[in-house]
Design a protein around this ligand. Structure first.
Ligand SMILES: O=C(O)CCC(=O)C(=O)O
Ligand SMILES: [Fe+2]
Length: 338
């Protein structure tokens, strides 16, 4: 999970003015979209292109993702309706002290690790619905469902399931790229502790301090992000330059998280990214985006893949295998939330 999920009160907001330090320093080498329609016709080529994009940037842009547009639009419409509710109504769905794993994390709550300002966002989290009495119940909180928006549960969970299924297809292509056997990830993520985050970045006043989302890495396996065509998302490339990710309308952005970086001994990197504030003419517009943080099953043990250990890339985690749930907890301790 992305670290900021679990951050509670952020440090006080400073009045640092926004400067050009949020500008992308490079637009060269923009990430070429890869069409998911090749999944059934050219799986090898798709897996090569995806894998190479991940290896180079930690990110890939997916065109023709095949997700049902009605499912996406229904979930986004409900999220917008929820965010438009009065603040006190929304706050009834804030589970204070739980690190924001489910329900609402209100505006102004979170800051990226070591950031001086809070992120300019609010978001809603939906997690997996486990079969009743399932052993993983001890790791996953129950979902919250607002009663104010009719259909919210069906629509949001429909989106969760669609992204979960697409994420597993992407993992097949990644497993293929890594020569692991295409089904390698199947029994390791099928009941993963995954989270769908519906994000709302309100319009940004000209004098607003901070950025929409400070620089961070995602903790999970892979992240599937819709809605990033409203500008702002940037990644830090291998040379340390900020590169704007400008996906075509409707495209899906996918990135590698820390858990997959660790499993692959950094062959697939978990890349630092952020969401900067809009140009003056777009400041009056809200931004809605929807990352799906795909996680391992909580009891999956992450142990460096032997095939990723070479003389040039020795095992960075020798003797340090760790259960996915413990990895998550370790990261939460690092950001002082537990
Ligand atoms: O809103 C976006 O485009 C990206 C959000 C993100 O990186 C995150 O929530 O982890
Ligand atoms: Fe992120």
């Amino acid at each position: 999970m992305e670290p900021s999920v679990f951050r509670s009160e952020g440090p006080p907001v400073s009045s640092t003015p926004l400067t050009s330090d949020t500008a992308a320093t490079s637009t060269l080498g923009a990430i070429q979209p890869v069409s998911m329609s090749r999944y059934d016709t050219d799986f090898q080529g798709l897996s090569d292109d995806l894998g190479n994009s991940f290896k180079r940037y930690g990110f890939a842009v997916i065109a023709d993702h095949g997700l049902d547009e009605d499912v996406i639009q229904a979930a986004i419409a409900d999220a917008k309706a929820f965010f438009a509710l009065p603040e006190d109504v929304k706050r009834a769905y804030h589970m204070a002290g739980t690190g924001g794993a489910r329900g609402l994390t209100p505006f102004g709550t979170e800051a990226a690790k070591d950031a001086k300002t809070v992120d300019l966002k609010e978001f809603w989290h939906t997690g997996r619905e486990l079969p009743a009495g399932h052993a993983y119940g001890k790791y996953m909180r129950a979902n919250l469902w607002p009663t104010e928006i009719e259909g919210f549960r069906d629509h949001l969970y429909g989106m969760f399931e669609a992204l979960d299924a697409l994420g597993r297809k992407l993992l097949k292509a990644i497993a293929h790229y890594l020569d692991l056997g295409d089904d390698f990830f199947e029994d390791k993520v099928q009941l993963g502790n995954s989270v769908l985050r519906m994000l709302h970045y309100p319009p940004v006043p000209l004098d607003a301090p901070g950025v929409r989302a400070g620089a961070h890495e995602d903790i999970n396996v892979i992240t599937l992000l819709l809605g990033a065509e409203e500008a702002g998302l940037q990644l830090k490339d291998a040379e340390g330059q900020w590169l704007a990710i400008a996906p075509p309308p409707g495209a899906l952005v996918v990135n590698i998280g820390d858990m997959l970086q660790r499993l692959t001994n950094h062959v697939l990197p978990s890349t630092t990214h952020r969401v900067v504030n809009p140009a003056p003419e777009r400041r009056g517009f809200a931004r809605y985006s929807t990352p799906f943080f795909l996680h391992f099953n909580p009891d999956y043990v992450i142990e460096t893949l032997p095939s990723t250990i070479t003389p040039e890339n020795p095992d960075r985690y020798a003797g340090k295998s760790i259960m996915a749930e413990d990895f998550l907890m370790e990261r939460l301790k690092e950001i002082r939330l537990i």
